[in-house]
Ligand binder design. Structure first.
Ligand code: HEM
Length: 537
């Protein structure tokens, strides 16, 4: 493999302990007994029945019977690679995160790209959002940036995620369509959950049929928080900008390629790394001062909104290079467990209600997907820091904890938490002010669902607009329920009347009678131009 052990990659050195090469070796069982025959089971007579005492047959078959684990409930189909992140400039003023202090510092990373909807065996070029999840193996522990290739999301509150996914996955009575959003339940969800409007405009655009994982942006989507060593906090959004630029397929290409080579995008990633043409992405951050939280006429905690780059520029702070393919897809790509809750000191959460729910969901699903509470011990998930705590036992525990003390506080082992000083580096959650009554109500500041959707549409070139109309016509045109088709065009008239009318004509429903909404843009410049500078256009 290219790039192996380059620059003393601490993660690669750790993985080296777990690599097994069978080449030229004599076979044995998992108990270490040398095997004398691996093709005939033990029988009573050459034509007789198989005998239960054949421990080699039993072990081999049992292990095979248990080879499959549940696929991820979303993002099942993915492909991953190792690499490194190198910082351009010190970020000390903004964050105390150790891997963001010294220019030139390299941090090992593992990145998994994925589609959201399709099952493990679906095709790479489906029209779908792509996952872009990065694990940074920092000297202060694992930091996961679990992003997508679209800067906004479908919903605003995590409690709706199971509904969204039930609607977009294949319909339960016939398990169709696979890996596509062209069906009744998805568009019924869209029309009845209108905060989705902005995301759907991106979804119908060429952004959801990327040409290559190497030519895709990544976005943390949520508003996170940087905290510096003086405790000062700023809001931050994360971006990955591909050095090759953003490129998409057109729909006919996506369909033909998908039919001829379902592995098109994973093959492209694998092969470019094998020949040393390493994919590169720059890490960008947008930052908003704490005092400016309410300066915008959208809520910066609303995951259906982006921060216009005209208003909040993207500062490029480092570069990630993917330089090494995995050794084993199951061991690494399938067993990796990303979690937006894996943060390091200097990076913290906000009250974004979508982010808050994700903080629960990932560990919860991984407990079942990866068979119990010890999945952090799986080689790909291990931090490069030695682990010392009082967690013990559970299915498939690997660590042999010495001594008799597994509790805090104690006087026998004298193992204690760290303080939050720079020297000791203990994680302390940001002391966010909270106020108000406990309620299920939604903030009114989350109510504008169409302004940014409309700015997005207005910012498209004529061919891009045509592609969006074609995508709507193709996807919604496949919906059997005429009422749902009608509801969809009636909804998207709020984005653009001419667009919704053309789609209505294409899919055989009445022209929408409503009026497009007025854009509430965040600055006079944006309102006048009525467009927005989109990432990497
Ligand atoms: C995977 C839940 C929103 C990006 C997953 C998984 C779950 C999940 C359960 C499977 C994890 C596993 O089996 O290891 C949720 C919930 C969300 C949400 C409840 C909203 C409330 C988002 C958003 C993004 C995102 C907003 C992007 C910013 C990803 C990615 C993966 C993933 C990239 C695949 C990680 C991998 O490659 O292993 N999500 N998700 N999700 N999610 Fe989310």
């Amino acid at each position: 493999n290219q790039g192996k052990n380059a620059d003393g990659d601490a993660k690669d050195k750790q993985l080296e302990q777990f690599r097994i090469n069978n080449e030229g070796k004599k076979m044995n069982t998992n108990q270490g007994i040398k095997v004398s025959n691996d093709e005939d089971s033990l029988k009573a007579g050459v034509r007789g029945p198989t005998i239960m005492e054949d421990f080699h047959f039993r072990e081999k078959m049992t292990h095979f019977d248990h080879e499959r684990i549940p696929e991820r409930v979303v993002h099942a189909r993915g492909f991953a690679a190792h690499g490194e992140f190198e910082l351009y400039e010190p970020m000390k003023e903004y964050t105390r995160a150790n891997f963001l202090q010294d220019p030139g510092k390299k941090t090992p990373v593992f990145v998994r790209f994925s589609t959201v909807v399709g099952s493990l065996g679906s095709m790479d070029t489906a029209r779908d959002v792509r996952g872009f999840a990065t694990k940074f193996y920092t000297e202060e522990g694992n930091y996961d940036l679990v992003g997508n290739n679209i800067p906004v999301f479908f919903i605003q509150d995590a409690i709706k995620f199971p509904d969204l996914i039930h609607a977009v996955k294949p319909e339960p009575h016939n398990e169709m369509p696979q890996a596509a959003s062209a069906h009744d339940t998805f568009w019924d969800f869209v029309a009845n959950n209108q905060e989705i409007a902005h995301m759907i405009m991106w979804h119908m655009s060429d952004r959801t049929i990327p040409r290559s994982f190497r030519m895709m942006e990544g976005f943390g989507v949520h508003t996170f928080r940087f905290v510096n060593d003086r405790g000062k906090s700023r809001f931050v959004k994360f971006h990955w900008k591909p050095v090759l630029g953003v490129h998409s397929l057109v729909w006919d290409e996506a369909q033909i390629i998908g039919g001829k080579d379902a592995d098109f995008q994973r093959r492209d990633l694998w092969e470019s790394i094998e020949i040393g043409d390493y994919p590169e992405y720059e890490l960008g951050v947008q930052m908003i001062e704490k005092e400016e939280e309410f300066k915008f006429d959208f809520d910066i905690l609303d995951a259906t909104k982006l921060w216009p780059e005209e208003l909040v520029p993207v500062k490029k702070i480092g570069k990630m290079t993917l330089n090494r393919n995995v050794d084993n897809v199951f061991a690494e790509t399938e067993q990796v467990a990303f979690h937006p809750g894996n943060v390091v000191p200097g990076i913290d959460f906000t009250n974004d209600p979508l982010l808050q729910g994700r903080l629960f969901s990932y560990i919860d699903t991984q407990l079942i997907r990866l068979g119990g509470p010890n999945f952090a011990e799986i080689p790909i998930n291990r931090s490069i820091c030695p682990i010392h705590n009082n967690q013990r036992n559970g299915f498939s525990r690997q660590t042999i904890n010495l001594g008799k003390v597994s509790y805090h506080k104690n006087s026998l082992a004298n193992n204690t938490p760290s303080t939050s000083t720079e020297k000791e580096g203990g994680f302390v959650h940001y002391e966010e002010k909270v106020e108000g009554r406990i309620t299920r109500a939604r903030s009114k500041s989350f109510d504008d669902h169409f302004s940014q959707a409309r700015l997005f549409w207005n910012s498209m070139s004529p061919p891009e607009k045509q592609h969006i109309i074609d995508a709507f016509s193709f996807e919604v045109g496949k919906v059997k329920s005429k009422s749902v088709r009608q509801q969809v065009v009636d909804m998207f008239v709020h984005v653009d009347k001419a667009m919704a009318t053309t789609v209505a004509e294409n899919i055989g429903v009445n022209r929408p009678t409503g009026e497009q909404s007025k854009v509430s843009a965040s600055s006079p410049a944006l309102s006048q131009a009525n467009t927005i500078k989109l990432p990497q256009t």
